[in-house]
Design a protein around this ligand. Structure first.
Ligand code: NDP
Length: 249
């Protein structure tokens, strides 16, 4: 397990799924974890779960699709903790539909949540990381950002955009000892994928050499690795956690 004693981490979309698992894993590794999402009741449950296991967590209601909410939330968080050392940009949504039928609002919602939210929150928290000369930024992309996916031009664009953001920012901040990486999960069993029907599942499964979906814990462990000292020389990397679904360069 990664050792991250006393580091202060922030996970967006920590109320369920992969974000919850990342928060639990980082807390187990010794971080104080700031949990952010819209659903305060669910955040409180995750915070209680972490506390019950002996970890430290604090919950903040934050809507990454709103610049006002991001600015207010970042200020509250910095007022309380002084800095965020590990930032996990995980919050994400889908609004699927074929290109010819996709509504502008479905494009805007997905891009503002998945990509612009990451840009704005990172911008708000980066100064303290640069000043501290230590930081880890980990963006949750997707296999779909690597391969494309019919019915997901909005989602795939946002996830491919995160890879461009990751690599560009990695170059900008490397001299301050801040690393920026992405994790690109494949098909992971979470509330997001719970709505897939049997046919969609079957189509996914035949594309996975390891022959099973991934778990939120498997993604969280990769995230924790990228946050720890053992990954200090890795930056601008996209780590595929996809059972072999896409074997990219
Ligand atoms: P879930 O739908 O289970 O969870 C999404 C999380 O994002 C929730 O905690 C939700 O919290 C939060 N969220 C959504 N919109 C906002 C918002 N506007 N502001 C703040 N938080 C928000 O999804 P997963 O756990 O499956 O996915 C997590 C990430 O992993 C996403 O970025 C997703 O695209 C990515 N991913 C998932 C894969 C999978 O197979 N599951 C595969 C590849 C990538 P709340 O509603 O409380 O705000």
């Amino acid at each position: 397990m990664a050792d991250l004693q006393r580091r202060i981490a922030l996970v967006t979309g920590a109320s369920q799924g992969i974000g919850r698992a990342c928060a639990v894993e980082l807390a187990r590794a010794g971080c104080t974890v700031v949990l952010a999402a819209r659903n305060e009741a669910k955040l409180a449950e995750v915070a209680a779960e972490i506390s019950a296991a002996g970890g430290e967590a604090a919950a903040f209601a934050l809507d990454v699709a709103s610049e006002v909410s991001i600015k207010a939330g970042a200020k509250q968080i910095l007022d309380r903790f002084g800095k965020i050392e590990i930032l996990i940009n995980n919050a994400g949504i889908t609004r699927d539909g074929l290109m010819m039928r996709m509504k502008r609002v479905d494009w805007d919602d997905v891009v503002s949540t998945n990509l612009t939210g990451t840009f704005l929150l990172t911008q708000a928290l980066l100064p303290a990381m640069l000043k501290n000369r230590w930081g880890r930024i980990i963006n949750i992309s997707s296999v779909v950002g690597r391969t494309g996916q019919a019915g997901q031009v909005n989602y795939a664009s946002s996830k491919a955009g995160l890879i461009g953001l990751t690599r560009s920012l990695a170059r900008e901040v490397a001299s301050r000892n801040v690393t920026v990486n992405a994790v690109a999960p494949g098909y992971i069993e979470t509330p997001m994928t719970a709505g897939l029907d049997a046919k969609q599942r079957e189509v996914m499964m035949v594309q996975i050499p390891l022959g099973r979906p991934g778990t939120d814990l498997e993604v969280a462990q990769s995230v924790a690795f990228l946050a720890c000292d053992a990954a200090a020389y890795i930056t601008g990397h996209v780590l595929d956690v996809n059972g072999g679904m896409f074997m990219g360069g």
